[in-house]
Structures are given as structure tokens and as C-alpha cells.
Design a protein around this ligand. Structure first.
Ligand code: TRH
Length: 423
């Protein structure tokens, strides 16, 4: 609980601290940048450990959580992350060559060696181990030596399955040390940790939606064209490689009204290039066939991605974090779930459909299920079938934001739990 982690390190052993190399002076100066607003000398210090498995979801979730704990709860947050390249895609101001730096008041440690938890081994009040990545042994040993036991949380991946509520906040004693780890499960239903949502998010979305100059400026700056005519359906497409896209592109080409497709550069871009007979579909490219006009966009920072969701009528999203952002965008969306071996992801897809589809009439629910399944490899996608229920899906999307908000937000739920343990 200190402005520069000093007090929180009081119980870390000198030996453990000495085991780590001192930071370079420029980095140290940077990392000692002013604390986030609202931070007092009693601010809770949190260390968040993030190993990037692949893609951007691991660091995407951690970065959001870190910023929210700092900006909304006044915590002093430090992230240990092993892949600065993935991180930089979401946070372009990040320097790739620094082992320690501060961005938005958060200290970022390039976590390289498994035996070393960054430049120092100060142990925070709250230790968050994201997605089962293992906190380095030397850090765990320092946690055990800390005068006051830190709150140790294992932040799990989001799943809408029912069992999640039973396991949320379950405790697991460490086999060797007097430490207890608590499992924190995000979820879409009561009894779970909920999902991340910043306090300002609804207001930011409303400001975007209600200001046509803002939207026009976004289109010019991001897409390089004016906003499309109202009869066009704007679709954002963020997905893994997906065999169903070929059929969908044909259906969009032949659609009765224009479809404007916004495609952040990434794993689906190759399919777009093939469809349009291009060598690549890189950021800045525009292509047209029939009623389909497609624009390749540069990968943006996270706030820029929210604006893309708000500028679109329907969002194709993937993984975990964009899936959540699409829900808060209050528009119909299609989820490409992170594929797992033996189709282990399909029950998770159905569990999400169960929550989200609950408020829909049977025909619309079935159409949504068919389309989500098709987008995840089960059956052919039928755009006309989806479009038929657009208005109902739109209303459901708005209603769902209210239902989901009743769970509270993940950062707030996590902060409340941690504080209850620190008392
Ligand atoms: O990148 P992902 O596929 O990440 C996945 C999932 O998290 C999955 O559950 C996990 O197991 C796997 O990684 C390891 O999809 P996700 O979760 O949507 O993360 C993408 C992040 O990128 C999200 O924070 C939104 C952000 N983003 C931008 O900031 N700018 C962009 O232009 C785009 C397209 C995305």
C-alpha cells in the first residue's frame, strides 16, 4: 500500500529483491511516473501476471482489468507480461525494448525468465494470476514470507457454463506454503464474477451514437470514406480462419441491399483477398463485388475497437474480450469461439446461446443458434435467415446489456472481494 510499491515490498526478503537485476535508470524513472489519479498512500497494490498463449485475448483482458483497477479503484497496478509484441498491438505507445515502463500510470514489466518476476520482487497486496499462468516460484516464496498474506486470485477464462457459478470464489490452499489461492470466474450468469465493463462505457457509446459529426469523422479517419447510406448493413468482421466465410461473402455479394464490411487486418484477411482476387487484403485496401463493399482496417487500440463495434450494425467477434465488447455494444453479434480440441468449445458456445437467447422467441432463438453454429463449423451459414430476425436481435441486444449489468462489473466485483479479504 504505497505510492511506489515500497511499503508493499516491506515484507519481501532482501535476498529475493537482490536476486533481480536493478532496472536501467531511464526505465526506473519512467516506472516511477506519477500514480494514477485518486491514488493515496493507502492505495491497494496489485500485481497481475499474464502469459500470452496466442492472439490478443490474454493481454487484452489483463490490460483492461489493470486500467480499470487503477482508474476506477485507485489501485497501484503492475503487469508482468511475457509478450510485448502482442501487447503493443492493443497499446501502441508501449516500447518493445524496455524491461520496465509505465503506461497510463500502470507499471509494465517484461516478464521473460520464469525464475524472475521482473525487476523487483516486491509482493503486492493482491496478486492476480491470469488464466492459470504460473506465478514464478520465487515470487510465490516471497508471498509466503510476506508479513500479511496477499490476496491471491486466479482469474479464469470466461465461460457461460452453469458449473462456473459453483466454482467461482472457491479456495485452494497451497500444498507447501501458508497461502490460499481463490478462483475468480468471469461469467454471464448470477453467482459468477461477471464481465469487464468500464464505468464510462455506456456514456462513450451514447456520445458516439448520437453525434453524426463524430461518426462521420470516424468513417473518414478509419475507413477513408464517408459513412454509408442508411440502407446499407455495416458488418465488422474479426474472426479466426473460417471456412464459412466463403459462402457468406457470396451471400453478401448477392444480397438485396448493400453490405459494407469492415475487416481489421488479421487471420481472416487471407479469405477476403482470395474472394476479391487480390494478393492481400491489408489495411487501407477497399474492394467491391456486387452489393458487397469491403474495407480492410488497421488494428487499433482497444478504445478504437469499441468505436468500430459502435459504427457497425452487426459485429462478428471472437475469443473472449471482443465477445464481451460486442455485448456491451448493444448490437446483434456473431461469435467465433476460440476453437478447442475435440470440439470442447461447442458446449461453451451453447451455454452462451442459452443465456443470450433466453429472451428471444423460439423462431428467432433457433435462427440465432443456426447462424452461430454455422459460423463455428456446424452447418451452412444462411444470411437471409439471420437478417429476417434483425429487429428482434437488435432489441434483444439492448435488453441483454441490462441483464448483464445486473451482475456488476468484473473489476468492481474483484476489487470488492479482494478488499473484503484484506480487512
Ligand atoms: O485475440 P483473441 O482471439 O484472443 C483469444 C481469446 O482470448 C481466447 O479466449 C484465448 O484463449 C486466446 O486468445 C488465447 O480474441 P479476443 O479475446 O477478442 O481478444 C482480442 C483483443 O484485441 C480484444 O481486447 C480487442 C482487441 N482489438 C483491438 O484492440 N483492436 C483491434 O483492431 C481489434 C480487431 C481487436
Amino acid at each position: 500500500m504505497s505510492a511506489a510499491f515500497a511499503a508493499s515490498s516491506a515484507s519481501a526478503s532482501p535476498a529475493a529483491t537482490a536476486a533481480a537485476a536493478p532496472p536501467a535508470s531511464a526505465e526506473a524513472a519512467d516506472a516511477n511516473a506519477p500514480a494514477p489519479s485518486g491514488t493515496s498512500h493507502a492505495a491497494i497494490a496489485a500485481d497481475l501476471f499474464c502469459a500470452v498463449i496466442d492472439n490478443y485475448g490474454d493481454i487484452g483482458v489483463c490490460w483492461r482489468l489493470a486500467r480499470q483497477l487503477a482508474s476506477e479503484h485507485g489501485w497501484q497496478v503492475r503487469i508482468f507480461v511475457d509478450d510485448l509484441h502482442a501487447f503493443q498491438k492493443l497499446c501502441p505507445s508501449l516500447a518493445l525494448d524496455r524491461s520496465r515502463q509505465a503506461v497510463s500510470g500502470i507499471i509494465i514489466e517484461h516478464w521473460r525468465e520464469p525464475s524472475r518476476a521482473g525487476a523487483t520482487l516486491e509482493v503486492a497486496d493482491v496478486v492476480i494470476e491470469a488464466f492459470g499462468c504460473e506465478v514464478p516460484h520465487v515470487y510465490v516464496a516471497a508471498m509466503a514470507r510476506r508479513e500479511r498474506e496477499p490476496v491471491w486470485l486466479n482469474l479464469e477464462y470466461l465461460s457461460a457454463e452453469d458449473w462456473v457459478a459453483d466454482f467461482h470464489l472457491r479456495r485452494s490452499p497451497h500444498p507447501r506454503y501458508a497461502l490460499t489461492k481463490t478462483f475468480f470466474f468471469p461469467g454471464l450468469g448470477p453467482g459468477t464474477g461477471g464481465v469487464i465493463k468500464e464505468r464510462h462505457l455506456d456514456a462513450a457509446r451514447a456520445a458516439f451514437e448520437t453525434s453524426s459529426p463524430t461518426r462521420d469523422a470516424w468513417w473518414q479517419k478509419t475507413v477513408g470514406t464517408p459513412a454509408p447510406h442508411a440502407d446499407a448493413t455495416v458488418v465488422s468482421l474479426f474472426a479466426y480462419e473460417n471456412p464459412a466465410v466463403d459462402s457468406l461473402l457470396v451471400q453478401w455479394r448477392d444480397a438485396p441491399t448493400p453490405v459494407v464490411l469492415l475487416v481489421p487486418e488479421g487471420r481472416i484477411s487471407g479469405a477476403l483477398a482470395r474472394f476479391f482476387g487480390l494478393s492481400a487484403f491489408e489495411a487501407g485496401r477497399h474492394a467491391e463485388r456486387g452489393n458487397l463493399r469491403a474495407h480492410a482496417l488497421a488494428f487499433t487500440d482497444q478504445p478504437g475497437y469499441d468505436a468500430l463495434l459502435w459504427a457497425s450494425d452487426i459485429n462478428f467477434v471472437r475469443g473472449e474480450d471482443s465477445f464481451v465488447r460486442a455485448q456491451w455494444a448493444a448490437r446483434p453479434f456473431v461469435w467465433h469461439i476460440y476453437p478447442q480440441a475435440d470440439d470442447a468449445h461447442l458446449p461453451k458456445l451453447d451455454a452462451a446461446l442459452e443465456h443470450y437467447g433466453r429472451g428471444l422467441a423460439a423462431a428467432a432463438r433457433a435462427a440465432l443458434g443456426r447462424f452461430w453454429h454455422a459460423w463455428n463449423g456446424v452447418g451452412p451459414p444462411d444470411w437471409a435467415d439471420f437478417q429476417r430476425h434483425r429487429e428482434v436481435f437488435q432489441q434483444r441486444a439492448v435488453d441483454w446489456t441490462r441483464e448483464l449489468a445486473t451482475l456488476g462489473d468484473l473489476a468492481g466485483n474483484l476489487a470488492d472481494f479482494a478488499k473484503s479479504q484484506l480487512k
